[in-house]
Every structure is written in C-alpha cells, then in structure tokens.
Design a binder for this molecule. Structure first.
Ligand code: MN
Length: 736
C-alpha cells in the first residue's frame, strides 16, 4: 500500500524482502524492547547455531542459518524475552543437526532445552492420515501451550518464515503446508491474539490453496486502488482534523483488508467484490483509555454507526487479552468503514498477543488473570487425553481455536461448544430440546445462577429441569444460539396456537349461539369448508385460531351462515331454508323459544312485539333480512302485510321451558283494594307481572294494562277467567 503506513499490527522495522537478517538487527531489537536484557545468551546461541548448521542450505539455495535468524527476528519483534529469542535461533538444531538436548542444556540452561525440546517434539508428527495428523498436531500444540507458551510462539514464527518462503517447495507440498497453516496455525495465532501473524499466514496460504481466487481479488483491489487510496486519505484527514479539534492526540492509520478476509466475506455472504464495502479499515491509536472513548464519540457524531457492529473490547477484553474499540460506520459516500480505536499499549499487545502479558518464569504467567484465561488449555488436555478418535478430538478442539466460541463441560465431563455469550438456556437446548423446554434452573460450577448468565470456557454446567418448567418469552432476549432461539419460538408459537384455538372456539360458540345456531354443527358442514377457503385458510383450525388471535372476528364468520337479503328475495322457501342452515340435519327439533321451525335446527327465532304470540296461539314464521325468523300470531295485522313468499311454517313445541309476555286490558269500577285483587289473581296462577299501568277516570272507571308472562294460551285463559271473577271487574281481554 504505497503512501500509507501499514497498520496491520505487524511490528515496525520489517526489513525489505531479500535483505538478509543479521544478528545485530536482532540484538538491537531486543535491547530496544528491554535495555536490561541479557544479550549474551542470544549471541552465544547465534554462534552455536551458525556452527552446527554450517554447510546446510535452504531450498532457496540460501544458507540454512538464515531461517533461524528470521525466526529469532520475528520473536524479537514480538518483544519476547532473550530466552525465547535464543531458543528461536536454536529451534532446528536438535532435529536437523548433530546437536543433542543435553548439549543445549549444558550450554544454554534447562529453560532453553525445554523449549527447544518442545519445538522438536511438535515437528515429529508421523501419521499417514491427514485428518489424524491434524488432530495430532493440535494435540501437541495444546500440550505445548499448557507447558510453555513460548514453544508455540516459536513454532508460529517458524511457520511464518516457512510460509514466506513457500514458493521454493514443489506445488503438492506447498498446498499441503498451506492447508495445514489455514487449519491449525492461523487459528492458533488468532486465539493467542497475534492478529498480524494470523492475517499474514492466511494471505500467503490463500495464495497457494486458491491461486485463482487470490489473483482475482488481488486484481480487483489493484484496479480500484487509486480511487480507494484517495478515499482512505480523505477519511484519515477528516479523522485527524476532528480528533485534533477535540483535543485528542494520536495516530491515525488506514489499511486494506487482507485478500483472504475479503475472499471469506464474499464467500460467506455471497457478495460480489463491489459489495464488500468495509474493505478499508482505520485505526486510531491514542494515549489513554478515556481518550479512546472520546474519539469514539467524535466518530459516532461524525458518521452514523451500525449498532450491531460495535464492540467494546476495552471494557470486555477478548480471552486472548486483546483490547480495542471496534465500530463500523457509514462513512463519506455511504461507504461502510471499520474503525478500531485503542491505546498505544493495546496496540503493542496486538503485536505479541497474549505473550505480552506473559511472564517467563517457569513458563507460567505471573498475572493470575492470564493464568486463568489459559486454564482452559489445561482443562482441555486433561479431558482429551483419553479420546482416541481423532475426529472426535478435532471436533472438540477445533471449536476452541475460534475465539467466538466457548466450551463448557456437562456434569459427566463431556465437552460442549457454544457461541460466545451463550447462556445455560442455550446449553440446555444443545443437550436436548426437552431439557430446554423443561428448564427450571441452572448451576454453573455447582452454584445456582440466573439463566442469562454468560457461560465461560471451562464452566461445568448443570441444568435443573422440572415437569412444570417451560420456556419463557424473556429467554429470547438473551439466548445466543440459533437452536435455542428456534426451539423457544416454536414452543411459544405452538402454545399460542393452542390457546388461540380454544379461545377462538369459545368465541365462535358464543357468537353462533347468539344467532341460535350451533357452531359445532356448522363446523361439520361443507359450507364451512367453503368459508375456510374464502378466508384464505387451509384448515378450519387455522380459521378458529385466527379468531383467537383477534385477526378476524367471530361475527365475520357468523355472517357467512346468515341468509343474504338478495337470496331471500329471490329464493323459494326450500332454498331459503337451505341457505339458512346449509345442510344442517333435517329434522324437527325443539328450540329454546318453544317454537319449532319446520326443517330447521338452531335458527334464531324472535317474537313479534306487535302481537306477542304465546304457545297455543296459531302462529306463522316470517324470514327476516339477516336476523332469523320472526314469529307472529297468524291473525296479526302486521304479519298479514308481509310478503307471503317469506312465510314459513312454524309450530309450538310440546314442552315449553319459558313464559311468553302477553298484554291484557282490565276494565273495572274503582273500589278500595281492586288492584290488589287483580294482581293476586294473576300471581296465584303462577304468572309474573312484567309491567302494569292503571288509570282512574273521572267517572270512577279504571283502565288497567298489564304485561304478564304466561306459558301458553290455556294458562292465559285461566288467568283471564279468574280476573273476570274479581268484584267490580267489567271486562278483561288480551290486547291484539
Ligand atoms: Mn524451522
């Protein structure tokens, strides 16, 4: 990237390719990092290495010594201690020369021997099956990590230089080494927080595993380079100006995403190159943490952030101790740009990753926090030692090389991997759907914890289930895994559907009853199938459920079963009846009204207010517009005026459950106690008085109107006769 500083995180002072590293470069670099460093051990290691490797050549034709020098230089750049750098110079002597471990120990001490031993052991992987070999390599890596992290750091530096000179191998060998680098070394570098190395390893490997894709992306990036460079410059200028205005002092860097990252993004999201916007990343490096947050404020005030892309790794460092603020914003011209903000110290850490926090006394960290972070390696090894199947081993271990995952143990000691941020609820669903559905509580390392507690690698998780336990909508607020989310949603949906079904059914029954129809009977009719179809549902259940959900009202459904006015006007009686009830079973049935409508069941029947028919009266039915059948006395004047086409035959049922209101007129000559006597004669016949109105005229005659509830005409006549017998009553009659 000409014209731009390289903020990839790679340490400064990288000599140009083709320039031979000299021991003085290494010594200078180590002294720079630590003025008290013991340079003598490095010097001696160099002399020894040069002697034993003498005469050996690399595939490139260069002296072999160049390789340990390069490796040692990488280690020096990562600010590692003199022992690591010395061990780097010696890392191949036991394997490739006549040197022995005892000799190393005698000359450089047990610490150097230990590390060189570790590196040597790791190189000796002789398994035929590539999958087994991969598992074996990782197992060795992990063992070495738990033993002394420096073994891994040297191995990584070794691999980095081998990758940088990969072109000297024959193509099949290149592919093999490149694949292994992608599978094992790059993830480990990332896991340890050495991102610059991860990116470099990936990009070189990519060039060899997928040369065509690599070339394509390289060309695409090159083609848009000038344009993009102007853009990068512009954005950097804006950031510098705004942060300076805010009184913040720091460095601003701009860089391109690595080809392999672009490739992965295109592949994972199925994007065209033009659609991968955040190809350019920026880094702001400041002096203090508060200034980092201030700068973040400045950036967010300037450009709209994409919320989900914001990560605060300062407040919550990655497990490899990486710290930084990450945000993606919509920059000038609508381009998505990624911005990382961190302190100089954090930037240093990003160069050597977790090693920056490592104290090399006995290869263990003096920092308890760091030791704790790496306790998982120990756990992993202890729990993996008995696993013989490399596939199983890989499956469990692979996960751990990716920092976005955590892995935890079941009470039986089985390992389960989950997305970082996963909770006991995610864990429960991972074990089994039913465990999730009946989750009642969770214990982490033996202690009860809130369900939203985030799991950490190494936790022993125990799920407490109860037959009464069931998922909660709240869980959707914190679960991380796709499986848990999907299962909880599904459960809630099923529950809601069941609830809606029973509610919908209840609502329908009520509504149909109101119109004197039986919902259960209507349900079985072909008419119903048609209605379900008209509403756009597949099943009757769906229709009922959607009433329960409140999407449609029961009345909307009831209306489909009521006669339409135009049908009523046109049709003859038989077809009207059919319309009314569909194919409800055709038999005479009593209704609660005490009126049977011929051939009809469950039809809404009302009584004409004009003539108030009571059982025993000759009656006719009249089909009204949209509200069932109205019953009139056959001599009712109002009924006679109605359209004869709409009459239907009705008759009184034998059993009558209720009483019918009827109006009677009583004429009498006034006397004391007259009204009491009339009322008592009504009451003694078991009839209710619904309303009463009396008027005494000037001529002492009394006019009384009573509405009384009677069972039938006989009942009515009995009452009328009794009232006639009351003293001074002159006439009693039913009002027509
Ligand atoms: Mn080597």
């Amino acid at each position: 990237m000409p014209g731009l500083p390289d903020p990839s995180g790679r340490p400064d002072g990288q000599p140009k390719r083709g320039t031979m590293i000299r021991i003085s470069d290494i010594l200078e670099r180590v002294a720079e990092a630590n003025s008290d460093a013991d340079l003598d051990i490095i010097d001696r290691a160099y002399v020894y290495s040069a002697r034993v490797h003498a005469g050996q050549l690399r595939l490139s034709g260069e002296p072999y010594l160049l390789h340990p020098l390069e490796v040692a230089f990488v280690l020096a750049q990562m600010n590692l201690d003199p022992v690591s750098v010395a061990a780097g110079l010696l890392h191949d002597v036991v394997e490739d020369t006549h040197a022995t471990p005892d000799e190393i120990e005698a000359m450089f001490g047990s610490e150097v021997r230990h590390i060189v031993d570790g590196v040597t052991k790791m190189s000796k992987v002789t398994v035929s099956d590539s999958r087994t070999r991969q598992a074996e390599s990782i197992r060795k890596m992990l063992l070495a990590m738990a033993d002394d992290l420096r073994v891994i750091l040297i191995k990584l530096a070794d691999r980095l230089h081998n990758m940088r000179t990969l072109q000297y191998h024959k193509p099949p060998k290149r592919l093999e080494i490149a694949t292994e680098t992608l599978d094992i070394y790059a993830p480990i570098a990332a896991r340890l927080g050495i991102y610059w190395m991860k990116h470099e390893l990936e990009d070189i490997a990519f060039q060899h595993t997928e040369p065509e894709a690599y070339d394509t992306i390289k060309q695409l990036v090159a083609r848009s380079r000038v344009e993009r460079e102007e853009y990068v410059q512009k954005v950097m200028d804006i950031i510098r100006e705004r942060t300076t205005d805010a009184g913040l002092q720091g460095r601003v860097l701009g860089r391109y995403k690595k080809y392999y990252s672009i490739h992965n993004k295109m592949k994972a999201q199925n994007l065209a190159f033009e659609d991968v916007y955040d190809i350019i990343g920026f880094r702001i490096i400041l002096d203090t943490i508060p200034h980092c947050y201030e700068a973040l404020g400045v950036i967010h005030a300037l450009w709209k952030p994409i919320d989900i892309k914001f990560k605060d790794y300062i407040a919550r460092p990655k497990s490899n101790m990486y710290q930084s603020l990450h945000t993606t914003v919509i920059g000038p011209g609508g381009m998505r740009i990624e911005i990382q903000i961190r302190t100089e110290e954090m930037d240093e850490v990003a160069k050597s990753g977790v090693a920056a926090h490592w104290s090399y006394k006995e290869g263990k960290s003096a920092n308890p926090k760091v030791s704790q972070q790496f306790a998982w390696i120990q756990n992993l090894i202890e729990n993996q030692e008995n696993i013989r199947d490399p596939r199983e081993f890989m499956e469990n271990v692979r996960i751990d090389l990716f920092p976005d995952e955590v892995y935890v143990f079941t009470p039986n000691g089985d390992i389960r991997s989950l997305a970082r941020g996963a909770t006991p609820v995610d864990f429960a669903y991972l074990i089994h759907t039913e465990v999730g559905h009946h989750l009642a509580g969770a214990k982490i390392n033996g202690r009860l914890v809130p369900l939203q507690t985030e799991l950490e690698t190494g936790d022993v998780v125990e799920i407490v289930t109860s037959p009464k336990g069931h998922p909660s909508k709240d869980w959707l607020g914190f679960v991380k895994t796709v499986k848990a989310r999907a299962k909880i949603r599904q459960w809630i949906k099923t529950q809601e559907k069941e609830r809606s079904l029973s509610l919908g059914r209840e609502m329908c029954e009520k509504a149909f009853r109101k119109y004197r129809m039986s919902f259960n009977t209507v349900l079985k009719t072909p008419e119903m199938e048609k209605v379900v179809d008209e509403f756009g549902f597949k099943t009757t259940e769906d229709l009922i459920a959607s009433i329960g959900y409140g999407k449609i009202t029961p009345l909307q459904v009831v209306r489909r079963f009521l006669p339409k006015p135009e049908d009523l006007a046109k049709s003859d009686e038989a077809s009207l009846i059919k319309k009314l009830i569909g194919s409800v079973r055709k038999r005479k049935t009593k209704t609660k009204t005490g009126v049977t409508v011929k051939g009809l069941d469950d039809i809404l029947v009302r009584f004409g207010k004009c003539c108030q028919p009571v059982p025993g009266d000759p009656i006719v039915g009249y089909i009204t517009r949209g509200s069932g059948v109205t019953i009139h006395r056959s001599d009712c004047v109002n009924a006679l005026k109605l359209n004869a086409d709409r009459y239907i035959d009705v008759e009184w049922s034998q059993e009558v459950a209720e009483t019918y209101p009827v109006k009677i007129r009583v004429s009498a000559v006034d006397r004391v106690g007259l009204l009491v006597d009339v009322v008592s004669n009504i009451s003694k016949n078991g009839a209710n008085i619904i309303s009463a109105w009396t008027e005494t005229k000037d001529d002492h005659t009394v006019d009384g109107l009573f509405t009384i509830g009677v069972a039938d005409t006989q009942h009515l006549n009995r009452i009328l006769n009794d009232i006639r017998k009351v003293k001074r009553v002159q006439g009693v009659r039913r009002v027509k």
